[in-house]
Design a protein around this ligand. Structure first.
Ligand SMILES: [Mn+2]
Length: 365
């Protein structure tokens, strides 16, 4: 059964008149077609016993028709009301719908109200989000192949980025070298803006690449990824410039060990929270527990952050085909930030990383 057929079956099993999918990533997962309509309206409408249709702004209709989505595509002009137009197309298949499935984790309140206005007697009481989450959580071999392609591109980014690290270079300049090298290879999209952080700046893990300059005897942190055939990579490495002091080397060693321990431990049958615990316990024992500011990892696929989430309290059982990051970090204000991250896929016996850039401390410049 294709992903779209599974969605259709869910719609039928729940006795719904139709299901309205609105998350562009869900639509991509189900149809292979992706675009972000931003504030315009794009939806995939799935019926229990009839072929699904796509509804989109006029300016996307041709590209959808040429895409892997085979059903009818209906457009709307910017001057038209999309909701009454969707209703018109739906009512050709089912008159006066009463039960509708929708994505509660995506559809904003104003759009729920607009849909309610267009379908007067319908109740939007069946959230399809959990089904989509469960489907997306376990990857097919084709999806894993694409994630591996994205991983290879991330490894290329590190090669270029490490080469660009020089005392006096700004983080922005290093990031720009990576972007330019990717674009020359026809890789136009990053999965998120490349993060380069030198020295103490790296102790703020959610800050941005800046005009901050690389100084001697510091660590430089990279966190980056690309989009390969719709699938994301996300990987971090931390490298050394000159001769960082013992404190910095100790932080690096602790993160490196924690990451390896979690990689060795992760396998089918263990819980998500127990993988987090393996890395966290090691960091805590080394005295850095309060400087590990985030969960160990997150799922990866069509989105950079998806399920399963690798954190304390998540009892999800790990299964073959799941893909997620393993990314412990230690962030000591005024000193350094270190993170080492690989995204992996779960095999029958353990995990395999998508990125292969070495993890011993690399000295650049
Ligand atoms: Mn990550």
């Amino acid at each position: 059964m294709t992903h779209l057929e599974q969605l259709q079956k869910w719609t039928k099993d729940h006795h719904l008149d139709f299901t309205y999918l609105s998350n562009p990533k869900t639509i991509q997962y189900l149809t292979g077609y992706y675009n972000n309509p931003y504030e315009r309206v794009m939806g995939l409408v799935v019926f229990p016993d009839d072929e699904p249709f796509m509804f989109a702004p006029d300016l996307q209709v041709e590209e959808i028709q040429k895409s892997t989505f085979n059903g009818p595509v209906y457009g709307y002009a910017d001057a038209e009301d999309p909701w009454s137009k969707i209703a018109k197309h739906v009512e050709k298949r089912v008159s006066d719908p009463h039960h509708v499935g929708f994505e509660a984790t995506n559809l904003v309140y104003s759009r729920v109200m607009a849909l309610q206005g267009a379908f007067e007697h319908a109740s939007f009481d069946h959230d399809v989000s959990e089904l989509v989450k469960q489907m997306r959580m376990v990857k097919t071999p084709e999806e894993i192949k694409k994630l591996a392609g994205a991983g290879r591109e991330a490894d290329f980014c590190f090669k270029v980025g490490f080469h660009a690290v020089k005392v006096g270079a700004t983080e922005d300049q290093i990031s720009a070298e990576i972007k330019y090298a990717l674009m020359k290879r026809g890789i136009m999209f990053n999965s998120f803006p490349t993060l380069v952080q030198a020295g103490a700046h790296a102790s703020e893990p959610h800050n941005f690449t800046s005009e901050n300059r690389v100084k001697n005897n510091e660590l430089v942190l990279f966190d980056l990824g690309t989009v390969h055939d719709g699938y994301m990579s996300d990987s971090s490495r931390t490298v050394a410039v000159g001769h960082p002091d013992q404190k910095k080397l100790d932080i690096y060693k602790t993160v490196r060990e924690a990451q390896q321990m979690a990689m060795d431990y992760a396998k089918p049958g263990v819980t998500a929270e127990s993988i987090d615990k393996v890395a966290r316990d090691h960091i805590t024992k080394a005295g850095y527990g309060k400087y590990f500011l985030h969960r160990l990892g997150h799922g990866i696929g069509l989105s950079t952050h998806e399920f399963p989430t690798i954190r304390g309290g998540n009892k999800t059982i790990i299964k073959p085909g799941m893909c997620f990051s393993i990314e412990p970090g230690i962030y000591v204000p005024g000193v350094a930030g270190v993170r080492i991250e690989d995204c992996v896929h779960v095999t029958e016996t353990g995990v395999e990383p998508f990125t292969h850039t070495p993890k011993h401390l690399i000295y650049v410049d």
